[in-house]
Design a binder for this molecule. Structure first.
Ligand SMILES: *[C@@H]1O[C@H](CO)[C@@H](O)[C@H](O)[C@H]1NC(C)=O
Ligand SMILES: *[C@@H]1O[C@H](CO)[C@@H](O)[C@H](O)[C@H]1NC(C)=O
Ligand SMILES: *[C@@H]1O[C@H](CO)[C@@H](O)[C@H](O)[C@H]1NC(C)=O
Length: 131
């Protein structure tokens, strides 16, 4: 009996997921970029971090905590799966690769990361003619 319960727990642990998608995104500085964090785990707070710094926290019950003009969220959750979309607007971060993280609390092990590349907008210098 005990063994059966243990086995069920193991199967559940393997089956549960936390996905941050896309895994890689490239955005021009100043434009916006979208990511989805989805999970079937039970959570209380979802925190998004960019380069290790918190960008926004979302309460499972109350939704986004606090307001920040530089981010938007969309709740795409279904009854059994939580899906929150983060929109980083007006990407003004440094033009390098940064790690974006979606972290669930209280399960501290539950984090998923993606790489965000910010590129400088391409400038066309119409005044210069190459010869
Ligand atoms: C996030 O998920 C929603 C619902 O499945 C989908 O409509 C949206 O395009 C997704 N966004 C990204 C960035 O994958
Ligand atoms: C997110 O959407 C789900 C499914 O519609 C809903 O049950 C849940 O209450 C919503 N969460 C918030 C914080 O609005
Ligand atoms: C976008 O970022 C620029 C530079 O940081 C700033 O001047 C501008 O007000 C921002 N626009 C919005 C809509 O946040």
């Amino acid at each position: 009996m005990h063994g059966h319960i243990l086995q069920l727990c193991v199967i559940q642990a393997v089956a549960s997921f936390l996905h941050l998608e896309p895994k890689t995104a490239t955005v021009l500085r100043g434009s916006e970029v979208h990511f989805n964090c989805s999970t079937d785990e039970t959570w209380t707070v979802m925190t998004w971090l960019l380069g290790g710094r918190p960008v926004l926290s979302i309460s499972e019950v109350h939704g986004p905590l606090g307001t920040d003009d530089s981010v938007r969220t969309v709740n795409h959750s279904l009854s059994s799966v939580s899906v929150w979309e983060l929109v980083l607007m007006n990407a003004s971060f440094s033009p390098t690769v940064q790690e974006l993280t979606c972290e669930l609390l209280p399960t501290t092990l539950s984090r998923s990361t993606a790489d965000l590349f910010v590129q400088e907008p391409f400038h066309v210098d119409v005044g210069h003619v190459c010869d």
